[in-house]
Ligand binder design. Structure first.
Ligand code: ADP
Length: 267
């Protein structure tokens, strides 16, 4: 809803599209092809979340669950320096922002389901700290399901049961602890007649002209509350990226253009 607390992603044009930032108490999916900027958005989010609400943050720490190795620690450090230089007077500058980001690598969907009770304990424990955990990132959800499942009925059933356990668990935590939850997802080539057609016409929004839709199909798509779609367009060495807010019950469809530089995302 309009009044729910939001967290800046540290890019004014994206924040504007999102009407102030990514909402708490729900699951937001960032979907796009490789190199479109999904991880950059997540890294900026976990840094910006540490800012006070007066600067668009949540005064919070974050839990960053990554499934693709290695975790881009150098890039996180680089973005953290950029954030510190733009907020020199804030408490962030007196301590290490990386100490407020808990990193956890996982390798399978089952592994994630097993981790959910530990995540809840972690949220309770950190609640008493100076900056409680307010953000969970899962980067990427698609990688957890990649090549592990075949196409037979049993596997599809097992797969959707895991989707529901993961998204149900995350939704519960988001509501209980007032969290921003962001999951990243890959795109797959659009196939006419595929069930994913019903998700929305992604091909119209993809500037590269490729006909694509989010991976994992309709049962996963129904598990997320809002979706930001990223695409990129390369002319020579210049890469322009586009973000479209494809689905968010509380907001109209919108789109914007941004670039990624050493210092982060800029509109
Ligand atoms: P995704 O998660 O969608 O695969 P990323 O968020 O990892 O994409 O984005 C990677 C892209 O970001 C790289 O291909 C590069 O174009 C850009 N990028 C990463 N680091 C820098 C940097 N230091 N300076 C400029 N661009 C960068």
């Amino acid at each position: 809803d309009e009044k729910s607390e939001k967290c800046t992603v540290g890019c004014p044009i994206l924040d504007r599209n999102l009407n102030g930032g990514i909402p708490t108490k729900s699951i937001t999916e960032v979907v796009g092809e490789s190199g479109s900027g999904k991880t950059q958005i997540c890294l900026q989010l976990v840094l910006s979340a540490q800012l006070p609400p007066s600067h668009g943050g949540l005064n919070g720490s974050s839990l960053y669950i990554y499934t693709e190795y290695p975790f881009p620690i150098r890039r996180l450090k680089q973005l953290s320096l950029s954030l510190l230089s733009s907020h020199p007077n804030h408490l962030l500058s007196s301590s290490d922002p990386l100490s407020r980001i808990i990193l956890r690598g996982i390798s399978s969907a089952e592994n994630f389901v097993e981790l959910l009770p530990d995540i809840e304990l972690c949220l309770r424990y950190w609640k008493s700290r100076l900056l409680p955990i307010r953000v969970i990132v899962v980067d990427s959800i698609a990688a957890l399901f990649r090549s592990e499942f075949g196409n037979c009925c049993f596997d599809l059933k097992r797969r959707s049961s895991l989707f529901f356990k993961i998204s149900g668990g995350l939704k519960l935590l988001a509501e209980r602890f007032g969290l921003v939850v962001v999951v990243t997802n890959q795109v797959v080539d659009f196939i006419e007649g595929n069930e994913s057609v019903r998700i929305g016409n992604f091909s119209e929004l993809c500037s590269s002209g490729r006909r694509v839709c989010p991976a994992l199909g309709i049962s996963w798509a129904n598990c997320v509350n809002s979706r930001i779609f990223l695409s990129k367009d390369q002319t020579g060495i210049k890469i322009t990226r586009f973000s479209s807010l494809l689905f968010a019950p509380h907001l109209p469809l919108s789109s914007s253009q941004f670039v990624i530089t050493e210092k982060g995302l800029f509109g």
